[in-house]
Design a binder for this molecule. Structure first.
Ligand code: CAA
Length: 293
């Protein structure tokens, strides 16, 4: 039995190779997680430059671990050797599990799932790390909805242990169990959740982050004061710091999805959130967001 009383999951569909689609922060982090846990990883991006970005991200993190004495050079090389980049999705034909982390846009995801359905071998598990879009819509873009599941990692993926495992009515229970077992095998903590916009964490976290911006807009307190106050409640980061880590474009997209799904008037995205996105101040990844880096 696990800590929450549920049976410890076992791998029902053997997984030794993992495909990651995307080259952004989440995709890079997820590729690192699996490579570090000993899986062979094929990661797919649109250009060699983007593929190089994934290696750069992972190398930087591994170098930091080496500098801290937590990993030796041989261990670093072994992790990097398990990563294979490809610019064609056809490279995913033989993997046992695909985790996609491409743009948070339903049409783009649906086009990808149609491709995965065409390319991947029978029995492959097709997972999305969407943070707020419908898993069922992705599943229904394929002729194998039983193999489709949500596997929602958090940013930064190599550090954050939580993974929301999101099933639909169509998901094969063996797929659910295998994915939860894989989470444990990669040192993650899976929680099970239904296919509802925002799942657990984002449905609760983003209205709070959005409200933090509106509080600042009201003139009640500065960004710095709000960040400091919330950190005093033992949250690891203040809301503006966390928005900049997640990315303001991603945060805006999530908030818009939540408004679309639940229609709460009070959840309309804050004006300053729309403004920083329009100005390209997307957060740490562009060296400026609410704060400057
Ligand atoms: N990538 C890889 N490793 C990183 C990292 C990164 N971006 N940032 C920090 N780390 C590592 C550090 O190297 C360090 O590793 P060791 O323990 O091996 O030495 C470890 O993480 C702790 O880092 P620090 O001591 O530098 O800093 P910290 O204690 O403040 O931790 C943090 C950093 C883990 C990011 C912490 O600030 C935190 O938990 N912040 C909140 C993050 C959060 O809530 N994320 C969820 C956002 S919502 C989301 O992601 C959902 C979505 O769909 C968008």
């Amino acid at each position: 039995e696990g800590a929450d009383g549920t049976p410890v999951p076992t791998v029902k569909r053997p997984v030794s190779s993992v495909g990651v689609v995307g080259t952004g922060t989440m995709a890079s982090g997820i590729a690192q997680v699996f490579a570090q846990a000993g899986y062979d990883v094929v990661y797919v991006g649109r250009s060699q430059e983007k593929l190089d970005g994934v290696v750069g991200y992972v190398t930087k993190n591994l170098d930091r671990a080496v500098a801290k004495g937590k990993l030796d050079e041989a261990g670093k090389d072994a992790v990097l050797a398990r990563l294979t980049g490809a610019t064609e999705r056809e490279a995913l034909a033989d993997v046992d599990l695909v985790v996609e982390a491409i743009a948070e846009d339903l049409d783009i995801k649906l086009e990808l799932f149609r491709d995965l359905d065409r390319i991947c071998k029978p029995g492959a598990i097709l997972a999305t790390t969407t943070s707020s879009l419908s898993i069922r819509a992705c599943a229904d873009a394929t002729a194998r909805p039983a193999d489709v599941i949500g596997m929602h990692f958090f940013n930064p993926a190599p550090v954050m242990k939580l993974v929301e495992v999101v099933t639909t009515e169509a998901t094969d229970p063996d797929v659910d169990e295998t994915v939860r077992a894989l989470c444990l095998a990669t040192g993650k903590h899976p929680v099970s959740c239904g296919d509802r916009a925002g799942f657990i964490v984002n449905a609760l976290l983003f209205p709070y982050l959005n409200d933090a911006i509106k509080l600042q807009e009201s003139g009640a307190a500065s960004m710095e004061t709000i960040d400091t106050a919330m950190k005093e409640t033992k949250l690891p980061m203040g809301p503006f710091e966390l928005l900049d880590v997640v990315g303001n474009d991603v945060s805006l997209a999530i908030q818009e999805t939540l408004v679309g799904a639940f229609g709460h008037e009070g959840w309309q995205p804050a004006e300053s959130l729309k403004q920083v996105v329009a100005e390209g101040r997307l957060g740490r990844k562009t060296k400026a967001g609410f704060h400057t880096y």
